[in-house]
Design a protein around this ligand. Structure first.
Ligand code: GLN
Length: 322
């Protein structure tokens, strides 16, 4: 494993981008501003369960918006595709993650990756009370990760007491009848899902589980029904990087999701899950080092979904990308 081309490349990328100090720590969630800007982990887990990592892959941090893709899958399982589509659209926006816009005609939030859509999605999670809903959600994340997880109380309370913009969005959606009246419960669950503690390797296993059609390649447990994987990946592809999604699709060409604590995941279907963790963010709220690393991994291994050169070379027996 240590001498594999993937391992060598991850080590090189880590060395190359560790000196990059561009970007800022988020300060709108006070607890996140305490992160160490030097933290930097890169992890790849293949769809058959091989793990490669470089740097700080054990450092715990809150999952933040990366949770949205997985909770969307859970909402689809709980309510079915047709119902979920009546509550949350699938249209990318050119807006930032915290945009307050909803679709003028349908009144739905545009998609499940922007905060408004994510809060509406979270409000669809089933359970008889807040404890059951949180436990079901933790179970879902645990199936993807393969170990027990917990919510970081300091980040949760930090966000809960300062998340006025998210609260305003929930009220707006309640006004339009798009979410049920218990918005404080929905918001708490949303802030809790964002505050689940993971490390970079966990994220790579989660991404690899999607790459493996919903089965965790290490534990072999099914994390999500296979029929919903394409919906999750489509939304990640078109909306996962918010108002950078088009540029990301053009250059990296993989379904992905970023979070304000500095994590990014990318999914190469049938091949691998990629995760990078580094807290300094660009103006879109994505990890600066994370973007660079994903770009280089995609290029190096020909992972762009529409890079057809590898297939043609294989078919023609050339054995190389032209
Ligand atoms: N919890 C954060 C928020 O709601 C998630 C945002 C993100 O990671 N982009 O603002």
């Amino acid at each position: 494993m240590l001498n594999s081309p993937i391992q060598t490349f991850l080590d090189e990328l880590h060395l190359k981008f560790q000196p990059l100090k561009e970007g800022v720590l988020p300060n709108y969630i006070p607890e996140l501003a305490k992160a160490n800007p030097d933290w930097f982990g890169i992890c790849v887990v293949t769809a058959d369960g091989q793990i490669y990592q470089a740097g700080d892959c054990d450092q715990l941090f809150t999952i933040q918006s990366i949770s949205k893709a997985f909770v969307y899958g859970m909402a689809l399982e709980d309510r079915g595709r047709d119902y979920v589509l009546t509550r949350v659209g699938v249209e990318p926006t050119g807006d930032a993650f915290n945009s307050i816009q909803v679709d003028e005609v349908s009144k739905r939030p545009y998609n499940p990756m922007v905060n408004a859509g994510a809060i509406a999605t979270t409000s669809l999670i089933k359970g008889i009370d807040p404890t059951e809903r949180l436990n079901r959600m933790l179970d879902m994340f645990q199936r993807y990760v393969g170990r027990d997880l917990f919510v970081d109380m300091s980040v949760f309370t930090s966000e809960r007491s300062t998340g006025h913009r998210n609260r305003a969005m929930a009220h707006l959606m309640l006004n339009f009848g798009m979410i049920e009246p218990n918005i404080d419960e929905a918001l708490d669950l949303y802030f809790q899902q964002c505050s689940v503690m993971v490390n970079c390797q966990d994220l790579a296993v989660m991404a690899a589980t999607l790459a493996n059609c919903g089965i965790n390649p290490i534990s072999k447990a099914r994390a999500v029904e296979s029929r919903y994987v394409r919906n999750i990946l489509t939304i990640m592809y078109t909306c996962g990087m918010y108002n950078f999604a088009g540029e990301w699709a053009y250059t990296v060409g993989l379904p992905a999701k970023s979070g304000v604590s500095g994590g990014i995941i990318a999914v190469a279907p049938h091949k691998m899950g990629i995760a990078v963790f580094s807290p300094l963010l660009d103006s879109h709220g994505s990890s600066v080092r994370g973007l660079k690393v994903c770009e280089e991994i995609s290029e190096q291994f020909g992972l762009h979904l529409f890079d057809l050169r590898a297939d043609i070379a294989r078919e023609e027996g050339l054995g190389a990308r032209g």
